[in-house]
Write a protein that binds this ligand. Structure first.
Ligand code: PGA
Length: 270
């Protein structure tokens, strides 16, 4: 805990998970657009990650109104095309103006058995298309209780880096999401979030050198308007990955506002 906030561009990302059909998605993005218009948020990236079936509709609204909101997907195939029933390729996502992809969200890992190797392969494929992988890592409750958070993060981060060619580290985002905090209403304490995010950055720096200082690290897990400012003020937290609160335009806009306010102050200090 030391240096002032460096120049990493903050990111507030909304992961809608399997919520909102395309009609509800249109409503939410329109509401969000109105709220974001009155906010100064030029200094940060705002992104939404709707379900696949919403992407075309959301792309249409973002494009028509030229809204400064990035479009993300919640998952993608590591394969280019072919006989992979039920999968979605990066080419399909690129055609829909998607620029970011969540890779290895804990729900993909836990419920759909996504392995560290698949996470690395997917990150590699996303980077090959010049998109930004948002690679999720985090420990379970029992792992935290038995004191193995550090070991868990180390193994997940090192495995994910296998998919990141040297020199490309600044183009990835890592989201630290303690699984016990996801959807529970109980976020990590600022101290715990900072320790974990600092550990992640130190690991990347140890493996790949100073370029690790340019990589963005998000915190995720019960982020909400009430705790956003405190979390994004932490030295190694460069933004938030928001689940539940991103389904509510008012709450998500408040999180964006809190982040913009924090970075405005940080910029004023330097
Ligand atoms: P939550 O979800 O904000 O609802 O805890 C975060 C996530 O899973 O990305």
């Amino acid at each position: 805990m030391s240096s002032p906030k460096p120049v990493r561009r903050p990111l507030v990302a909304g992961n809608w998970k399997m919520n909102l059909d395309h009609v509800a998605a249109i409503r939410l993005v329109q509401d969000l657009a109105l709220r974001l218009r009155s906010l100064e948020h030029d200094a940060l990236d705002v992104a939404v990650f709707p379900p696949f079936t919403d992407l075309r509709s959301v792309e249409g609204i973002l494009g028509a109104d030229q809204l400064p909101v990035l479009l993300g997907a919640q998952h993608c195939s590591a394969f280019d095309e072919g006989a992979y029933t039920g999968e979605i390729s990066l080419s399909m996502l690129v055609r829909l103006s998607v620029t970011m992809v969540l890779v290895g969200h804990s729900e993909r890992r836990q419920l759909f058995t996504m392995t560290d190797e698949q996470v690395a392969a997917t990150a590699r494929a996303v980077l090959a298309r010049e998109l930004t992988p948002v690679i999720c890592v985090g420990e379970t409750g029992p792992e935290r209780d038995e004191g193995s958070t550090e070991a868990r993060l180390e193994s997940q981060v090192l495995a994910a880096l296998e998919g990141v060619a040297p020199g490309r580290e600044a183009g990835i985002v890592i989201a630290y999401e303690p699984i016990w905090a996801i959807g529970t209403g109980v976020a990590a304490t600022p101290d715990d979030a900072q320790v974990a995010c600092e550990q992640i950055r130190s690991l990347v720096i140890a493996q790949r050198g100073e370029i690790g200082r340019e990589m963005r690290i998000l915190y995720g897990g019960s982020a909400k308007p009430e705790n956003a400012a405190e979390l994004v003020s932490l030295p190694d937290v460069d933004g938030l990955l928001v689940g539940g609160a991103s389904l509510d335009a008012e709450a998500f806009a408040a999180i964006v506002a809190a982040t913009a306010g924090c970075y405005g102050r940080a910029a004023g200090k330097s």
